[in-house]
Design a protein around this ligand. Structure first.
Ligand code: 26Q
Length: 828
């Protein structure tokens, strides 16, 4: 029996009910009293706020209940610098299964849920795939009632808003909290202290034992804000705990006394900078001190939080700590957690090094998300030393002990020691964060089968030789609640009418759709739903880009971060190729298409920004040319984000997944499109490989060099030779060079052309061009047979079962987290 030390007067069963009348009463109360409003005006803002608070009431009691139920269980802390949540209102309504009641309650205000929902700002606390994956995972963990808590940073400014001016990307700050964030609950009583700077002293205690103490630190407070994560239809509400940095009330007394009162108080700002802004890079640009501060801030606060909770139940006995905790590291961004857990256990809780190391290496698990060598995180030892002196000592100690193991495995081989060392030597020594994560973790996983294989065989080969048992694969997935049930309600209803709605919670059921791929009535309705979704996207494109798309035409879509390896450039070269054919009157076998491209470039990534400019200019030229109108329209959608994807993926006919083989770890947009019945044109990269496998080759337009070929191709790469021998490609390049797309700005695309022509183009764009065009011709042929295309669309949705994040999370839970234990705590 559990003894309760705290009084909980409200059980969730007594919590606000879900029926229409109670809901309507609460909505009115929040609208009139909490927010002090009278009439509903044009703006839906207050109605949205009141509804969000009404829904939140129904979540908080369940959140507390879930915490109580989980208090004695083995649990996971998912540490991530990013959680790309998007909007929460409709997600909560869907998961609480109260859509009907909410709509009825809103009718009192003559308001529609869809319009009210549009008043919500996206919580854009992430860059792209990795951040959105964390959000999908939280949804799946809650749906499967797993005790998993997300830990992140409550950035004041999320991912920047992108505007396009004359084809150029302009970044604008995203002050998403400006109008308040009704979903969060501050928990100031759980505030913890995080240290920075200072130095390490050595003290001898009376028994002669040496202690290292980190002193003269500049501390900041980490204040938690809890965001509820509702599970679908199961009354579970997990927690996403986001930390805000605040200044302590300790001032520099010397400055104070010297009359510097205002200056001393103003220094509080420095502490608050930590959680001010999300870094908008999705790969490299390393070395920024503030970024390291953010990482350590998140890790220290989150680990302290878990340890404090443990101590409340178990006191200072850590014997079983490792049986009840897992820390899943979302890439290397939180990998300083390895050293911080050591510091907390050894310095603050007086465990021996060996005991602490055993706990650390039994609780840490690392997920890698990139194969790009330049994206592997490194921090300068000098910076580490200054910002986190005690952590640097601990990393040296971990390294010294690790190198002994390396020496045992490869006796006398100092090259191996140098290659595997956590410290990269040189004029400016660096800490290799991926190596720290691997050495400190019991599990290392990649995010698609091919990616995990490349980690084992290439990037982390030596570590694999040393510890093969640590390495495993967990192919990514996306939540079918947001990415089908919510974003494509018409398709969801159609699916329900055939196979029932169990697929929402058990997505393997979606395969039953396959039985209907010949059902003419279904195919007709399926095509009609796609058509209506395309109409909706047309409205968005017209509003955002001023370009008229036609829902009769094929919708060919590539939305994702702009990066050279993702090859938006290859896409636009093909668009230019089509345009040239149209101009030449060569439209045989062509289908009318609307090409949509969207995505943000990292602000410092010049080449990516130029690619956006090229896309915009090409779009402008083509859309302005009456000859092209019936055949080709092109738009660059500004400010691509989670909410935009909710309109885009249900409307796509063709999904572009065209990265250079071996570069995209997994991709997750590919899965969202597939679920919504788009066909894929793609390389054998990331999770595309598994999608093709699940689908059968004839329903997937595959092209391009394969992973086992790219090295040899690069070694003998002769771009000019490829161009000269391909009349289509030379014509495209000639058109680019002629300045046809940049008449007013001569020369601006020279750098792009130069990369294409270069023998050291790592992305092999020219190499893959011909095979890409051929695959696109196959697409066009297939699209001409509407009925067959629709059949393939159904088969895509039907085969998307494995790409649910529920499947991914079930595997994390069984194979990494082992989440069945129950805590044998006091009070039981
Ligand atoms: C690096 C340095 C400084 C600041 C930030 C960063 C940074 C931030 C975000 C580096 C990387 C990221 C995000 C990476 C990412 O989204 N990777 C993608 O992860 C997906 C989920 O596993 C995969 O599907 C994609 O293939 C992978 O590119």
């Amino acid at each position: 029996m559990t003894t309760r030390t705290v009084c909980h007067p409200v059980d969730w069963q007594d919590a606000p009910l879900l029926d229409t009348q109670t809901l309507a009463d609460d909505l009115a109360r929040h609208f009139h009293y909490t927010l002090g409003r009278d009439k509903v005006g044009e703006s839906q803002h207050y109605l949205y706020q009141a509804l969000a608070l009404t829904i939140r009431d129904r979540l908080v009691a369940r959140m507390r209940q879930t915490r109580e139920e989980n208090a004695n269980k083995r649990s996971v802390a998912y540490l991530s610098l990013e959680f790309l949540i998007g909007r929460s209102l409709n997600n909560a309504i869907l998961n609480l299964e109260m859509e009907k009641e909410v709509k009825a309650a809103l009718a009192n205000y003559c308001a529609e849920l869809e319009r009210v929902g549009e008043a919500e700002h996206d919580a854009g606390l992430g860059n792209g795939g990795l951040g959105r994956l964390a959000a999908c995972f939280l949804d799946s963990c809650a749906a499967m009632a797993l005790p998993v808590t997300g830990y992140g940073i409550r950035y004041e400014y999320g991912m920047f808003n992108q505007r396009i001016e004359n084809g150029y990307q302009i970044e604008q700050p995203d002050h998403w909290l400006h109008e308040g964030h009704p979903w969060e609950l501050p928990a100031p009583d759980k505030t913890v202290r995080v240290k920075f700077f200072g130095h390490v002293d050595v003290h001898k205690d009376p028994s002669g034992r040496l202690h290292r103490v980190w002193v003269d630190t500049h501390d900041v407070f980490a204040v938690p804000y809890d965001v509820p994560v509702p599970g679908c239809g199961n009354d579970v509400v997990n927690t996403l705990r986001l930390w805000k940095s605040e200044a302590t009330d300790e001032f520099d007394l010397s400055e104070f006394n010297a009359g510097g009162y205002a200056e001393a108080v103003a220094k509080k700002n420095l502490a608050e900078q930590i959680s001010m802004v999300l870094y908008p890079n999705d790969s490299s640009e390393n070395g920024k001190e503030l970024r390291l501060r953010q990482q350590y801030f998140l890790c220290s606060a989150s680990l302290q939080d878990r340890i404090n909770r443990w101590i409340t139940i178990n006191g200072e006995d850590f014997t079983e700590f490792a049986d009840y905790h897992v820390f899943q590291l979302n890439d290397t961004h939180p990998s300083i957690a390895v050293a911080e857990l050591m510091r907390l256990l050894v310095d603050e809780h007086e465990l021996s090094w060996d005991t602490a190391w055993e706990i650390t290496t039994k609780t840490m698990a690392y997920t890698n998300h990139t194969l790009l060598p330049e994206a592997l995180e490194r921090w300068s030892v000098a910076l580490f030393q200054r910002l986190l002196p005690r952590l640097m000592e601990i990393i040296y100690e971990i390294n010294a002990r690790f190198l002994v193991e390396v020496a045992k495995k490869w006796p006398g081989c100092s090259d191996k020691q140098r290659a595997l060392s956590l410290i990269e030597e040189g004029d400016y020594p660096q800490v290799r964060m991926a190596y720290l994560a691997i050495v400190g973790s019991y599990s290392v996983n990649g995010v698609a089968a091919l990616h995990s294989q490349l980690l084992r065989e290439q990037l982390f080969k030596d570590f694999y030789d040393l510890w093969p048992e640590k390495f495993n694969n967990k192919t990514n997935g996306v939540t079918p609640r947001r990415w089908l049930a919510h974003c494509n309600p018409k398709l969801a209803a159609l699916i329900n009418s055939k196979i029932g709605d169990h697929w929402v919670k058990d997505f393997s059921e979606i395969s039953q759709l396959r039985r209907y791929y010949d059902d003419q009535a279904l195919l007709k309705d399926w095509a009609q739903v796609k058509y209506e979704n395309k109409q909706k996207l047309c409205e968005l494109v017209e509003k955002q880009c001023g370009v008229k798309f036609d829902p009769q035409m094929m919708f060919d879509v590539q939305v994702k971060r702009i990066h050279e390896y993702k090859r938006q450039l290859l896409n636009i070269l093909h668009v230019i190729h089509l345009y040239r054919r149209i101009c030449d009157g060569d439209t045989e076998g062509m289908v009318p298409r609307c090409v949509l491209i969207g995505g943000k470039a990292a602000p410092g990534y010049d080449m990516a920004k130029q690619i956006i400019k090229l896309i915009c200019n090409v779009a402008h030229t083509i859309n302005d040319d009456p000859k092209a109108q019936p055949w080709l329209r092109v738009a660059f959608l500004p400010n691509y984000n989670v909410t935009a994807m909710e309109t885009i993926c249900p409307a796509a006919d063709l999904s572009e997944q065209i990265s250079t083989a071996g570069k995209e770890a997994s991709g997750t947009g590919n899965m969202k499109f597939m679920m919504n019945g788009a066909l894929t044109i793609g390389t054998l990269d990331g999770a595309n490989v598994e999608m093709l496998e699940a689908l059968g080759g004839e329903h997937f337009f595959v092209f391009g060099a394969q992973v086992d070929e790219v090295d040899a191709i690069r070694a003998n790469y002769d771009a000019m030779n490829i161009i000269n021998n391909d009349s289509n490609l030379s014509a495209v390049i000639a058109l680019l060079e002629s300045g046809h797309f940049n008449l007013c700005e001569p020369g601006i695309f020279n750098p792009i052309v130069n990369v294409l022509k270069s023998n050291s183009d790592p992305w092999l764009t020219c190499y893959d061009f011909a095979s890409y065009c051929k695959a696109q011709e196959q697409v066009a042929i297939a699209y001409q047979d509407k009925n067959q295309w629709t059949q393939m669309s159904v088969l895509n949705t039907a085969a998307s079962g494995p790409f649910s994040s529920d499947r991914t999370i079930a595997q994390y839970s069984q194979e990494i987290w082992q989440l069945q234990h129950t805590m044998n705590s006091q009070g039981e």
